[in-house]
Write a protein that binds this ligand. Structure first.
Ligand SMILES: *Cc1c(COP(=O)(O)O)cnc(C)c1O
Length: 430
């Protein structure tokens, strides 16, 4: 009976991360999810071909839009997130950019916060404006009035991150979702730093969740991948999203009323954007990602445990001027962390050093266990100097608004032994 676990939504998170969405009986009872390493599928007969291409039969024809390995991954993340549908994308940036393109057309606007991942900020400020999709940035992401005053008839989404980069700032998601919904606008969240184990944004009102699965979901720094998950239930027919109505009118014969209510966004993303822009994940990388997800909850428990210990150690160290991690009682987002992150507010933290930039650079040269890398969310501990890397080339004022100074270091705390991580930082700071 073990294969029945694939469809039981009442199971716990850890059970789901191992079983959800995969029925071995449909795959020669292979216990591991098979890798369908093929570019295309035989169509069978003419009638079946027509049913597939009119979306009246579920199945696979060409791997640019779907393949069975990715389908398992998509069902698994949907189950872990508590959503209705998902798409596996070639990278986190593919997930985010295709989401914006599905929501906004020329002349439309997106409201976003300033504390975003750098790639997302440049997408919104440099690339999308060339296609006349513009963004308005909120002055203060913890003040709901800052969002409200930017909303108008052209607004197609509010975009935030559940844990900001690199200061791990937390936004009152529920309040932003309520505001967005009062205006018929969806709330989109990049939940990369939290993962569905620590935070499920749909439970707080988000409509779309994006991931760079490259980070904790894959977990071992071995691949680039992205995911888009749809909650279902958002009303796309209020008049604000004519492209969704056109899409439905074109395909209404193959979309049931239930699918219309729950998965219109992800259907359009697949049928329009995967088809024409092609950023689907490869089945091999989907398989690696499924391997990573099997241990997500266990790794995240250890990540947050180590991050709390490292934050507490750094907070009392003489060379350290400031530690940003919501687990610390003096942190400005400590109260919001209590509401949204009862299991821990992630494992990334930033620090500022009393010895300035010279000290920061000496620490990244002296660490032995932490690796000097721009990545985050690896099982292994990583450290970086954001001013000269992730936040390079922007003005000092912009950088400082994001909480990055020349004496700032960002740490992605891994799952090594806590004592070894603290000893490593102690010797590097000495
Ligand atoms: C890494 C990252 C991205 C981009 O993801 P890629 O997989 O590198 O394309 C987006 N958002 C956040 C928060 C990230 O950390």
């Amino acid at each position: 009976m073990s294969y029945e676990a694939y469809k039981d939504n009442s199971l716990g998170f850890t059970t789901k991360q191992l079983h959800a969405g995969y029925n071995p009986a449909e795959h020669y009872r292979a216990k591991a999810v098979p890798i369908y390493q093929t570019a295309a599928f035989e169509l069978g007969d003419y009638e079946r071909c027509v049913r597939l291409f009119s979306y009246n039969e579920e199945g696979h024809s060409y791997v640019r839009f779907s393949n069975p390995t990715n389908t398992v991954l998509e069902k698994r993340i949907t189950a872990l997130e508590g959503g209705a549908g998902a798409l596996a994308m070639a990278s986190g940036m593919a997930a985010i950019s295709n989401t914006f393109l599905n929501l906004a057309q020329a002349g439309d606007e997106i409201i976003a916060v300033k504390t975003l991942y750098g790639g997302s900020t440049t997408l919104l400020t440099s690339l999308l404006p060339r296609y006349n999709i513009t963004s308005r940035f909120v002055e203060n992401e913890n003040d709901i009035a800052s969002y409200a005053k930017l909303i108008n008839s052209r607004t197609k989404a509010i975009y935030i991150e559940s844990l900001g980069n690199p200061r791990m700032n937390i936004i009152d998601i529920e309040a932003v979702a309520n505001l967005a919904h009062a205006h018929g606008i969806p709330l989109v969240i990049d939940n990369t730093f939290a993962t569905p184990y620590l935070l499920r944004p749909f439970e707080w009102g988000a409509d779309i969740v994006c991931y760079s699965a490259t980070k904790y979901l894959a977990g071992h720094g071995t691949l680039i991948a992205g995911l888009v998950v749809e909650k279902g239930g958002f009303d796309w027919f209020s008049g604000r999203f004519p492209q969704m109505e056109e899409f439905y009118n074109e395909y209404k014969k193959s979309i049931t009323p239930d699918e219309l209510r729950t998965t219109l966004f992800s259907r359009r993303l697949r049928m329009v954007y995967l088809t024409d822009m092609g950023a689907h994940l490869s089945p091999l990388n989907a398989w690696f990602l499924l391997q990573g997800i099997e241990t997500l909850s266990l790794r995240m428990e250890r990540h947050v445990h180590n991050a709390r210990a490292v934050a507490a150690f750094l907070a009392q160290h003489n060379e350290v001027k400031e530690v940003s991690h919501p687990s610390l009682p003096q942190n400005p987002w400590h109260t919001l962390a209590g509401k949204y992150f009862p299991l821990g507010a992630g494992a990334i933290l930033s620090i500022r050093l009393r010895g300035g930039k010279a000290k920061a650079l000496s620490v990244v040269q002296k660490v032995r266990i932490f690796d000097y890398m721009v990545n985050v969310g690896d099982a292994k501990s990583l450290i970086v100097h954001p001013e000269s890397s992730t936040h390079f080339g922007i003005t000092n004022a912009e950088r400082e608004k994001a909480g990055v100074y020349d004496d700032t270091l960002r740490l992605s705390v891994g799952i090594e032994d806590e004592r070894d991580l603290i000893n490593d930082l102690e010797q590097a700071l000495a």
